[in-house]
Write a protein that binds this ligand. Sequence first.
Ligand SMILES: Cc1cc2nc3c(=O)[nH]c(=O)nc-3n(C[C@H](O)[C@H](O)[C@H](O)COP(=O)(O)OP(=O)(O)OC[C@H]3O[C@@H](n4cnc5c(N)ncnc54)[C@H](O)[C@@H]3O)c2cc1C
Length: 482
Amino acid sequence: LYDCIVIGAGVIGCAAARELGLYTPNVCVLEANSDVGEGTSKANSAIVHAGFDAETGSVKAATNVAGNRIFPKYCQELGVPFIQNGSLVLCFSHDRRNDLEALLQRGIQNGVQGLRIVEADELRSLEPNVSDNAVMALYAPTAGIVCPFTLCVALAENACANGVSFRFDQRVQGIERIDGGFAVHTGDNRYEGKTVINAAGVFADEVARMAGGKTCGITPRRGEYCVFDRTVGDLVRQTLFQLPGPMGKGVLVTPTVHKNLLVGPNAQDIEDKQDSSTTAEGLDVILSTGAQSVQSLPKNMVIASFAGLRAHPQDDDFHVGEDDGIPGFYHAAGIESPGLSSAPAIAAMLCEDIVRRCGLCKNKNAITHRDPIPRFLEMDEREREAAIAADHAYGNIVCRCETVTEAEVVQSIRRVPGAKTIDGVKRRVRCGTGRCQGGFCMPRVSAILMREQNLAMEEITKMGKDSHIVTGPIKEASACER
Ligand SMILES: Cc1cc2nc3c(=O)[nH]c(=O)nc-3n(C[C@H](O)[C@H](O)[C@H](O)COP(=O)(O)OP(=O)(O)OC[C@H]3O[C@@H](n4cnc5c(N)ncnc54)[C@H](O)[C@@H]3O)c2cc1C
């Protein structure tokens, strides 16, 4: 009987598992996909919001502001790339000053520190490439940018280091109440836990129904993005928003921690909870809207596009805590934006209750620190020489665009939970995220995955299940080709 079963290994499930792991190793995370962070947590703006958007008094506002405060230390402990670059909400007309003032007041009431309105001159000194049409902005120095992939991976690795187990390819299909807790069914397997956390993202309403619980309906709200080449990543310093509308925070232009430029998202309510396709119209809209924020958007430098699905709750607020009718069953449902920013605070809230219910004490020997995989790209010459001397695989560049070495790929596979797929390697060490989008490195990464996992080429997948890269040989290789 586990102390807790966490359903879903997105940023919320991973953060909860990490937090609980500081008390007990007796925690199991069940994930439908083959890796952590395969849902919404891999496809978002990666902003650690300051906390002025959400209604004062909402769970969203409280967890966003609290989460934002936790982030710097959190990322330092976990070896996650994070930069507190600040954000600016741009205003293009003096007539809308009241809207900016309202955001400022809301932010102050929510407890956001350092918020202020900057006028045109200061705006230009903060952000030299801002559009000439911007007349003022709301400046939030506490906003930041983070690597959402590394965050999920790091939380999971740290949880595992403290004994927590992750079970992948385990889609929860039924939940029954048993003496002392719950039995959770995933097709072939049955898991028992004293408590359950429902952190199933856009599927959290369905998981709630399996247990007979009450949480509000969730609509998938799709947001599309364009990623720009690293050569134009320094176009902006801060994250540039425009004044928000009824569907959310609108299109932003932001640097990423990996020095790319990101533009998006739009917001479109859809029906299919798995439809993360992009559309030509959607990408056109975000590029033309984003272009209004800067002097000139280099549209010819787009290297990739993607879409993510917000778990939009009917009543507009996060549902965090024990279900009213089911003692021991906890929801983290309707966690749309700013769920990434709020994750540490949501995890702390859930953990506090579960620790009390299960009578757990903090494990004094728990590991709170996680070392990142050393990146060849970020080493100076002396460090590179030392790395290659210690491990020759640091001398073999696998991904040319992002300068990723074989040693990094191997470490990403050997860690726990390690990468098992092409995308798993990509999200851990960035192979395939550059200008060629994997054209050069994919065969090389496949070969390392085969070697490390003792698999045949036909067994290598992009993202688990039936996403195979090749189906079989088209002809036998001759001895000299081999
Ligand atoms: C376009 C967009 C932009 C955003 N921008 C930001 C931002 O800049 N800053 C910010 O703070 N937030 C942002 N967010 C929100 C943030 O990404 C989410 O709040 C966060 O990722 C939600 O994490 P999660 O763990 O709840 O969900 P997910 O990451 O979706 O994880 C849920 C997991 O549950 C698994 N699962 C589902 N059903 C089952 C089942 N039956 N059995 C087992 N496993 C199951 C899924 O496979 C998935 O891995 C954005 C979201 C979107 C879509």
